[in-house]
Design a protein around this ligand. Structure first.
Ligand SMILES: Cc1cc2nc3c(=O)[nH]c(=O)nc-3n(C[C@H](O)[C@H](O)[C@H](O)COP(=O)(O)OP(=O)(O)OC[C@H]3O[C@@H](n4cnc5c(N)ncnc54)[C@H](O)[C@@H]3O)c2cc1C
Length: 368
């Protein structure tokens, strides 16, 4: 793209915003990044990154900095509620030639992305108004400051303000799950990604290095309980495998609801949505971070290759739609299987579960 350097604003310094800032810097742009929260506001949680996240990190030249953190995960084990094996997925085989699967503390990925983005995030700056101009975007922040940009990228999460302000969509839809997260220290030894499948509820444990476990649990529902720890004991107290020892070691639990975002378009004028702001799903496939990282890679490539910002946004959206749609559809497929009674589901998973779960990633192992 010729002419003066583009003035780009990235709204939101989560995984998507920082990855976009990194990708744009590598492509020669110098974006501003704003974040409404103060620095170092982290949830104590882990993150599982499938192999396509590693490929995107490699394209962002951040695979080296991420490698010291967390654990490489070689195998997914699916167990029934009693802890008896249902099926397995060999992750090294599934993601061969794409990238390794890794589980790590969110904070570590965040720090790598923040350094990669040049560290310059303006904190405490919340967008309050967006005005679409003939060849740009006027932005106002809640502190009364403002500016004019050639491109505004809304990376402000599932409840995106930019999405609403640019009339790209309304509030997210509830995905119908209550989700629980915790990090356990001094828990049992667990080597693999290990999920216990109950009826309309599941319990996942993944090692994230240094003896810590990332714990994720969900149940069908739309109301978070008043006492999440008590609810976890109530829901999973009769489960087998590592669950009793994990419950024993749990002290603090975060609880929330999952959101789904489905939009007819991701850009209007020179405002574009990326990451969860554009295509949030329930985290069943653990693809949220990978999709955000892939968005960043493809956006920088589209802006570099196209003759105009408008053409770049069209090219970006047409490249990203098939993969994010795939994730949404497979997430819904997998969530529907929760409603099937274990008496029907478990024999099927014992026979064909490995193949079924591998199939959920078929498009994603293909080229970006
Ligand atoms: C319980 C749970 C478990 C998950 N587990 C996994 C997993 O294991 N693997 C995986 O890949 N994904 C997982 N995900 C999904 C993943 O966390 C998200 O897809 C990913 O974090 C999306 O990143 P994002 O940057 O698009 O959005 P966010 O992480 O929501 O970041 C948005 C940022 O924008 C800021 N912001 C919001 N509004 C404004 C504003 N008006 N102005 C300025 N800044 C603003 C916010 O403060 C925030 O920092 C999980 C999600 C949940 C809920």
């Amino acid at each position: 793209m010729g002419g003066p350097p583009l003035r780009i604003l990235v709204v939101g310094a989560g995984i998507a915003g920082l990855a976009v800032a990194r990708a744009l810097r590598l492509a020669g742009f110098r974006p501003d990044v704003t974040e409404k929260l103060p620095p170092n506001e982290f949830v104590d949680a882990g993150l599982y990154l499938p192999g396509n996240a590693a490929r995107a990190l490699r394209r962002l030249d951040l695979d080296g900095p991420v490698r010291p953190f967390g654990r490489v995960i070689h195998r997914q084990r699916f167990l029934d509620a009693a802890g008896e094996p249902l099926c397995e997925v060999d992750l090294d085989a599934l993601w061969a030639g794409v990238g390794e699967c890794r589980a790590l503390p969110r904070r570590d990925l965040y720090q790598v992305l923040l350094s990669g983005a040049g560290g310059a995030v303006r904190h405490g700056a919340e967008v309050s108004a967006v005005e679409l101009l003939p060849a740009g975007v006027g932005v106002t922040f809640t502190d009364g400051t403002g500016g004019e940009y050639d491109l505004v990228i809304g990376a402000d999460g599932p409840r995106s303000a930019v999405r609403a302000l640019a009339a790209l969509g309304g509030p997210p839809q509830p995905a119908g799950q209550v989700v629980y997260r915790a990090v356990v220290r001094d828990g049992p030894e667990v080597a693999d990604w290990t999920a216990l499948l109950g009826q309309r509820a599941g319990f996942l444990v993944v090692p994230i290095g240094a003896g810590r476990l990332h714990v994720y649990a969900d149940e069908a529902g739309t109301e978070p309980p008043a006492d999440p720890l008590a609810r976890l004991h109530e829901l999973f107290g009769s489960y087998g495998g590592p669950v009793p020892a994990v419950l024993e070691a749990l002290d603090r639990v975060q609880v929330g609801l999952t959101d789904e975002v489905e939009l007819g378009r991701w850009h209007r004028g020179r405002v574009l949505l990326v990451g969860d702001a554009a295509h949030a799903t329930a985290p069943t496939l653990s693809q949220g971070a990978a999709m955000a990282l892939e968005d960043a890679v493809v956006l920088a490539e589209s802006l570099t290759a196209a003759g105009s910002v408008e053409a770049a946004l069209v090219a970006y959206e047409s490249r990203r739609r098939p993969r994010t749609r795939w994730v949404r559809d497979r997430t819904r497929d997998r969530n529907r299987t929760r409603d099937v009674s274990p008496a029907l589901r478990d024999p099927l998973l014992r026979g064909r579960g490995g193949r079924i779960f591998r199939e959920h990633y078929r498009l994603l192992v293909g080229p970006l």
